[in-house]
Design a protein around this ligand. Sequence first.
Ligand SMILES: [Fe+2]
Ligand SMILES: [Fe+2]
Length: 145
Amino acid sequence: MLAIENIKKEHEQIEQFMQEVELIMKTIPLNYPNLIHTCKECASFWNLHEEKERKIFKILSKSNFKIPIRKINFKHGELKEHQNAIKLAINSGSEEKVKKALESHGKKLIEKLRAHISFEDEIIYTLPLELLKPKTMEKLEELDK
Ligand SMILES: [Fe+2]
Ligand SMILES: [Fe+2]
């Protein structure tokens, strides 16, 4: 199941992004352009991931799978708030504001993102895929196109 496999891979990729951001934040002197670049890259990757996930979870929950969609969507909203705060700081062009935003929102975002990913991983790694109905399978395959 490609769509679900991709979600797993993307979680690994997001973890790599987070480790990169953490490393850049710790490095003195701060490589500001690299930091901005990595944050932006991570944000656009994350947005695409979230969109895919929203579709996949919706398809699964409309079938015979119990997916805590409300909880997941609530978390996505929470994560987005931190993400937006960082985006605002980046758009202000002030290095000082970005540093402050990353100290508060960035660290919280990374912490919450890790918890969120492990919550989702627990769901997707234990999905009883043998119970997938052919119709659901078809809908998921449509997403791969
Ligand atoms: Fe998610
Ligand atoms: Fe995810």
